[in-house]
Design a binder for this molecule. Structure first.
Ligand code: BG6
Length: 497
């Protein structure tokens, strides 16, 4: 695909995301010769920086680029740094657009970026709409000359209602086809590989339904706590921070029907359909039975004291925000009727891991049922991270007399493709947006369908009767009560076990 000459304008350019993800991703694209011939980055923010100071901050003195630029020639690094510019927007993001648009026009003229502008909003969400409005008022959303695109970071709303407001607000100034909602999980190779595993092989898809699948489990665990983001996290919680977006994106790829082709809308249409078929839990009883929330409590790991969630900086000491969320649900459609899905996400787990586990049913007629292998032992594990790969667990005969069965593994790891360069999520997503490919970006209706499912849970967790907040020590797999969710199965698959 062609990457046209263009300018990337980053709002919130003095923030963490720009230094930690965006600039390093652009630098990787520079090294990989993927940037267009004429390319300019204009950082815009509230800090008072000159172009030189901005370059220093995000390139020359950036801890995130240090190891990448160390051994490179000065001139080569300068070639990249010289593409970066900065514009001080003053004390908020609502003024100074005249100056900004003049700067954009000037940079455009001198650098040949052909009026193609991509605006990346890496600011608090409350500024998304005002920025979009100001851009439109300054004539910067019009596609009469060159294209204009808007990338927005999560969170896309705080609830269904606010997500709808946000979508409407943005769509007043930009067309839906100009809006790119970034979900960095969609930039992960292994998440994309879910599509390939399912739809380019004939050995999985025939089994991918209620006739053969017993249940689906998705685990997303992080060993870190809320780090320095207590203030943000306390208003969010695991369900909003991870489940509504990243995990439901994974769910949609597992659940969706085969798309008619690989055009962005072919795939996104099917994902929306998938999300719309999740059974929304409406009554307190099902919400009580099918959801679990918990917080990590003060604990010790190998002699190291770990703060409880409520003691973290920025967190309310009486907080009822969850750091662990587990949800059991069903998908009401032909393919998935009665197949339970178990999805959990949490901070302060024993390890960092994300995986999808397809548990197959036991054979209808078991000849070797006394063989020693437990039922439901056929599994397909899609390891999203780390040790990215695909693992198949199945039974083989133990050599010797009789029919003793043991579990064997057929494993594929991405690391075995030694020669392959795996792009980082942001790198891939930025390049896609630069090329106008929205396949891996969330569409408005997709985001709203996800909120529709999550809203009643949030509401119940806030106001419901009988709802409990469990505690768990750092470094364990969440509260024991979470096993009650997996009722007839007894336990979750904890990676490594
Ligand atoms: C972010 C969340 O979207 O994803 C963070 O806000 C979380 O709380 C992060 O730590 C996890 O991303 P990854 O790619 O490390 O799994």
């Amino acid at each position: 695909k062609e990457t046209k000459n263009q300018m990337l304008v980053i709002f919130g350019a003095s923030g963490d995301l720009t230094a930690r993800k965006l600039i390093p991703s652009l630098f990787n694209l520079y090294v990989a010769k993927q940037l267009p011939k004429n390319f300019v980055v204009l950082g815009a923010s509230r800090s008072n920086l000159s172009d030189g100071e901005f370059r220093k901050k995000v390139v020359y003195e950036s801890p995130y680029l240090k190891s990448k630029i160390e051994d490179l020639k000065e001139n080569y690094v300068k070639g990249f740094a010289d593409m970066l510019f900065y514009e001080d927007l003053g004390d908020d993001y609502t003024k100074n657009y005249e100056r900004l648009s003049k700067r954009i026009a000037k940079l455009n003229d001198t650098n040949g970026t052909e009026n193609n502008y991509m605006f990346y909003l890496s600011t608090p969400p409350s500024l998304y709409e005002p920025i979009a409005k100001n851009l439109a008022d300054a004539g910067l959303s019009s596609q009469e000359e060159g294209w204009k695109r808007l990338i927005v970071e999560k969170p896309f709303g705080y609830s269904l209602e606010t997500a709808k407001e946000l979508n409407k607000g943005l769509q007043k100034y930009f067309n839906e086809s100009q809006i790119y909602r970034i979900d960095h999980y969609l930039g992960k190779e292994t998440v994309q590989n879910l599509l390939v595993t399912r739809f380019s092989n004939s050995i999985f898809e025939p089994l991918w339904n209620r006739n053969y699948i017993h249940h689906v489990e998705i685990t997303n665990a992080e060993s870190v706590g809320v780090e320095k983001r207590g203030g943000y996290y306390d208003k969010s919680g695991a369900l909003r921070d991870m489940f509504q977006n990243h995990l439901l994106q994974i769910v949609s790829l597992v659940v969706m029907e085969p798309p008619i082709g690989n055009e962005p809308e072919d795939i996104r249409n099917e994902k929306v359909k998938a999300l719309k078929s999740l059974r929304i839990m409406k009554d307190d009883e099902s919400l009580f039975e099918n959801t679990i929330r918990a917080q990590y409590v003060a604990s010790e790991i190998n002699g190291e004291k770990i703060k409880g969630y409520r003691e973290e900086d920025g967190v309310d000491p009486n907080s009822t925000t969850e750091t662990y969320a587990a949800v059991k649900f069903f998908v009401d459609n032909w393919r998935w009727k009665d197949v339970p899905f178990y999805v959990r996400t949490a901070k302060r787990m024993p390890t960092k891991v994300t995986e999808v586990i397809i548990h197959f049913k036991t054979p209808h007629h078991q000849i070797f049922k006394d063989s020693g292998l437990s039922s439901k032992d056929n599994k397909l594990i899609i390891r999203i991270q780390p040790d990215e790969g695909i693992l198949i667990k199945f039974g083989v005969k133990v050599p010797g007399q009789g029919f003793k069965v043991e579990r064997a593994n057929l494993d594929f790891y991405y690391s075995s493709l030694a020669e392959t360069y795996v792009m980082e999520a942001y790198e891939r997503l930025l390049l896609d947006a630069m090329q106008g490919d929205a396949t891996l970006y969330a569409r408005a209706d997709e985001v709203e369908a996800a909120w529709e499912f999550v809203d009643p849970i949030l509401d119940y967790w806030k106001n419901g009767k009988d709802i409990r907040m469990y505690g768990y020590a750092a470094g364990v797999w969440g509260p024991e009560n979470a096993d009650e969710l997996i009722d007839d199965l007894g336990f979750w698959r904890n990676p490594g076990q």
